[in-house]
Ligand binder design. Structure first.
Ligand code: HEM
Length: 496
């Protein structure tokens, strides 16, 4: 009997030895860990990271500023670089050494949640850079029209009464409407079913990402097929948008270069880029949803963060309102007017600095072994990120960093530092939009849209919280930061 059991005892004894040996040989082992790093115990750290990412990242940043540390996920380690010098180094690595697409694939499981286009053919990045950004001035009147229309519908404060608004969800609706006015145009940007699909897609991607990151890799495609509704959402979106695509293709064939009133929107730019490319045409809805994913939750979270500051500290309404009123009076609702709103721009940037929508940035996958200047050796296959929120909260880079100082950046601009401190400007110390080659290409559009939304609020409403002066705490889910989704902002028609 004893003889039969011996191999089992041997295997049981060997298992921890093998685990420890592998752990000891892993080159990542030399990078300090926040939380337990021993095999199996690291799962406790991974569990802790889901609920306490903020504390863990802050602890790592304070202990290893200027260097690196790692935090555990259920299926991998994530190496976090800390401080401007290493941000600059990560930015400089070429795409054949570190990959943005594959880095986000690892964290978002984008192959399953967003579709393969994001990895295999990310042509939307150039479309956003070359078409959307260059057309901002021309497109602004449409965005403005949609913002006005959507606010009147969702926050119709006609009388002097305060009305309670479920801020995050309403901001998401308005952002979705204003963005889709430029993505698919009228009337589709007001199609309730389409907007619901676009907004919920973000929620589904995030849910899918969490589940898939906890699923062993060999089971992921099966789990994704059962639990990720990406292909269903694409089909349903297709049912709404496909007739529009067909109509445009028909007109393109008919008029070619002589199509005088050819639409100037995202769908048309994507169609132009997809012409003659069957794969692109086949995955057009996937691409449209991917762009909505990149645009909606980022922008609606950002504008809600700023709105919460405004509602918690209404003393900032007056100086902002004065600025907006003067410039709109002089220039009208133009890109030039928005660009001159330094105070509002600063308010947005400061809100992004203290809140952010993600506590890390510059997600990359190391494709080759990397040797960083602080002596860290990062093996190929490792996911790297930069600690964003801890750096944005560091007094060395932002004096009194814990304070929300809304005009911090406009004061710097007045002191002669020009455009360096604009909301859209990235730097090694300001990475809310990333930094370098893969810095968010949609940030110029987002800045215009969000400033236009806030300017509209300032001109048309008074805002406050029920508990005056108290800004609701942000919610955290691993590295993601969301303004309290249950908070209600009180709006009333502007009184003075
Ligand atoms: C306030 C709103 C936004 C924030 C905070 C934001 C933030 C970011 C960040 C942090 C990155 C990754 C940068 C990196 O890792 O280096 C990124 C990438 C990206 N963003 Fe945004 N974003 C916003 C709005 C938008 C909008 C409106 C669009 C589209 C119209 C967009 C499209 C993209 C795309 C396509 C990428 C990938 C870039 C690449 O592959 O090189 N974003 N964004």
């Amino acid at each position: 009997m004893l003889g039969v059991n011996v191999p089992w005892y041997a295997a049981l004894l060997a298992l921890p030895v093998v685990l420890l040996y592998n752990w000891w040989r892993n080159p990542l082992n030399k990078i300090p860990t926040v939380g337990p790093s021993l095999p199996l115990l690291s799962y406790i750290g991974a569990y802790r990271f889901v609920y306490h990412a903020r504390e863990m990242l802050q602890e790592g940043y304070l202990k290893h500023k200027g260097s690196t540390f790692k935090v555990p996920f259920f299926d991998r380690w994530m190496v976090v670089i800390s401080g401007p010098t290493l941000v600059e180094e990560l930015r400089r690595y070429p795409d054949d050494q570190v990959s943005f697409q594959l880095g986000t694939q690892e964290l978002l499981q984008s192959k399953y949640t967003l579709g393969r286009q994001q990895i295999e053919d990310p042509y939307h990045v150039d479309v956003i850079r070359e078409k959307l950004t260059r057309n901002l001035a021309i497109l602004l009147p449409d965005v403005m029209d949609e913002i006005q229309h959507a606010f009147n519908e969702f926050i119709s404060a006609e009388s002097n009464e305060w009305i309670e608004v479920n801020a995050l969800s309403v901001m998401a609706q308005i952002v979705a409407r204003a963005s889709n006015r430029i993505f698919v145009g009228l009337p589709h940007c007001r199609n309730a079913q389409y907007l619901k699909l676009a907004i919920n897609f973000t929620r589904d991607v995030n849910k899918g990402r969490i589940i898939l990151n906890m699923t062993p890799p060999f089971l992921r495609s099966i789990v994704a097929r059962t639990l990720c509704p990406t292909s269903t959402t694409c089909k349903m979106t297709g049912r709404i948008i496909a007739p529009l695509v067909a109509e445009r293709q028909q007109l393109q064939r008919e008029y070619g270069a002589n199509w005088v009133d050819k639409p100037n929107d995202m769908l048309m730019w994507l169609l132009d880029e997809a012409e003659g490319n069957e794969t692109r045409l086949c995955h057009l809805m996937e691409m449209l949803l991917l762009i909505n994913f990149a645009a909606i939750h980022t922008s609606s979270n950002s504008v809600t963060h700023a709105l919460y500051h405004l509602a918690a500290q209404p003393e900032y309404i007056r100086p902002l309102r004065e600025e907006v009123e003067t410039l709109i009076g002089k220039e009208g609702w133009t890109k030039a007017a928005l660009m001159q709103m330094w105070k509002l721009d600063s308010f947005m940037k400061e809100s992004q600095r203290v809140n952010g929508i993600n506590s890390t940035s510059l997600t990359r996958l190391a494709l080759k072994d990397l040797h960083l200047s602080d002596g860290t050796h990062v093996p190929a296959g490792t996911v790297l990120v930069a600690a964003a929120l801890p750096m944005h909260g560091d007094d060395e880079y932002y004096p009194n960093a814990a304070d929300f100082d809304p005009f911090r950046f406009s004061k710097m601009r007045e002191d002669g530092e020009g455009t360096k401190h604009q909301f859209v400007s990235t730097s090694v110390k300001y990475i809310s939009f990333g930094h370098g080659k893969h810095a968010c290409p949609g940030r110029f559009f987002a800045a215009n849209e969000l400033k236009a939304m806030l300017a509209y609020i300032l001109l048309n409403y008074d805002v406050k919280f029920e508990r005056e002066g108290v800004r609701p705490e942000n919610n955290w889910a691993a590295m993601n930061i969301v303004p309290d989704p249950t908070a209600k902002v009180l709006f009333r028609k502007r009184q003075h």
